[in-house]
Ligand binder design. Structure first.
Ligand code: GTP
Length: 416
């Protein structure tokens, strides 16, 4: 069954996810003439040979995988075509300015720019697939999530660690996901001058998270920024997040390995760290293990070694390790890299890494669908004004949450 036929029952949903420009919303090509489909129009036999070219909304990326990169260039004006070409060519040649501009494009909330970003991403993905094919199907990049409470020593570690990697010939990208930017409008990770040495290194690219938007939005753009950095030839991608919110859970879903950095502090100071985060860690690194802090660092290391033994194993082939480091003396940092490489090797050899990346793609697709559908539900004319009313009724116990949800969903469905 062709993709358009398969999707016909969902056409109303796709239409609801429409961006302002109808021409770009969902263009089905039949022969040489673009034909926009409406929800009521059943698929005609002529549509069996149709190709999906551009879609807006959460399903676009998955669907676009069905089309060739040439398809994605159709529907663009000449100027837009030149713009995407320029970014793509500069990006794959490793030009930092193009990478920066491309990430700005995926961060844009402007509907048309979002469309262009997806066209660019598809081209970058196709390029990346080809590179991986030439590498016998093995991933060319290593994605590491790095989390820890404020003051754990993350930026000091990344500065030292990053320099070590670029000295060894790697190209490193550091992307920050900052949950505080979503609530306060300020960026905890981005505002400070951090990693000054590394930011001057030609083989390193540091990008703070955007300073506005929802966590879902910020993590989405981070996910897409990872793909762009990889397309730009960066082989190690570090995604940094402050370990006090939900962002690390999102980050764990986009990386190969999740590393937790903890300072040699007492239980009270580490209370902000959620148990769930420790469970996600493939590697725990106790920082600042120098001078007077060596003794508490060893104690915390022993505690975490015992604690991790009690946790359910998440991998058949990898047991999380606990290491001590000092970014002042450099002690243990080389060992952190050795542990990361060992992780990558065993996970690749067992096939777990490939499976993990595949699962992440699926999780990501569903995240986007959920996000889009929820947005549609909250902003739809049939529910928009009813929602605050229903919330008040639930708060005053005039309605049960179940009944309120049923009524809202009924109103929503009746208009589709
Ligand atoms: N003794 C010692 N101090 C360190 C070490 N690494 C970092 N520090 C100090 O710890 C403090 C916090 O370090 P940062 O690297 O800024 O920590 P961070 O986790 O990036 O902090 P946020 O940006 O607030 O999330 C600074 O005063 C550093 O000088 C270390 O290896 N040894």
């Amino acid at each position: 069954m062709s993709l358009p036929t398969l999707l016909h029952p969902y056409q109303h949903l796709l239409n609801s996810l429409r961006v302002p420009s109808p021409r770009l919303h969902c263009i089905l090509h039949s022969g040489r003439h673009p034909v926009s489909r409406t929800p009521s129009a059943p698929p005609s036999p002529g549509h069996q040979r149709t190709k999906w070219v551009l879609l807006s909304g959460g399903l676009r990326r998955a669907l676009c995988a069905q089309a060739t990169s040439k398809d994605h260039t159709e529907g663009l004006s000449d100027k837009e075509q030149r713009f995407v070409d320029k970014l793509y060519t500069g990006l794959v040649r490793g030009q930092r300015a193009c990478l920066a501009e491309a990430i700005t494009l995926v961060e844009s909330t402007h509907a048309r720019k979002k469309e262009l970003a997806q066209v660019l991403l598809q081209r970058v993905l196709a390029h990346h697939r080809e590179q991986e094919r030439l590498n016998q199907g093995k991933p060319l990049t290593f994605r590491v999530g790095l989390s820890g409470p404020p003051g754990a020593g993350k930026s000091t570690f990344i500065e030292y660690f990053g320099k070590m990697l670029t000295d060894r010939g790697h190209r490193l990208s550091v992307l920050a996901v900052d949950p505080s930017s979503c609530t306060s409008g300020g960026s905890l990770l981005g505002d400070k001058t951090r990693m000054t040495e590394l930011s001057r290194d030609r083989n390193a690219y540091i990008r703070p998270s955007p300073t506005s938007g929802t966590l879902g939005g910020v993590t989405r753009t981070t996910n897409e920024a990872i793909l762009l950095c990889e397309g730009g030839g960066y082989d190690i991608i570090l995604i940094e997040t402050v370990g006090v919110g939900q962002s690390e859970f999102a980050v764990a879903d986009m990386v190969d390995m999740f590393v937790l950095l903890l300072p040699p502090a007492g239980g009270d100071e580490l209370q902000g760290i959620k148990r769930g985060i420790v469970e996600m860690a493939d590697l725990v690194v106790i920082t600042k293990s120098d001078g007077d802090l060596v003794v508490p660092a060893c104690r915390i290391q022993a505690e975490y070694v015992s604690a991790l033994k009690l946790l359910r194993r998440r991998s058949e082939v990898w047991r999380p390790k606990v290491l001590r480091i000092s970014a002042r003396t450099g002690e243990g940092i080389s060992e952190v890299w050795d542990a990361m490489r060992e992780f990558q090797d065993v996970m690749l050899a067992s096939g777990e890494l490939t499976t993990k990346r595949q699962k992440q793609q699926k999780v990501w697709m569903w995240n986007l669908i959920q996000e889009n559908i929820l947005h549609l539900f909250k902003t739809h004319p049939s529910t928009r004004e009813q929602i605050p009313l229903m919330e008040r009724k639930v708060l005053s116990a005039a309605l049960s949450p179940g009944l309120a949800a049923d009524l809202l969903l009924k109103a929503f469905k009746s208009k589709h």
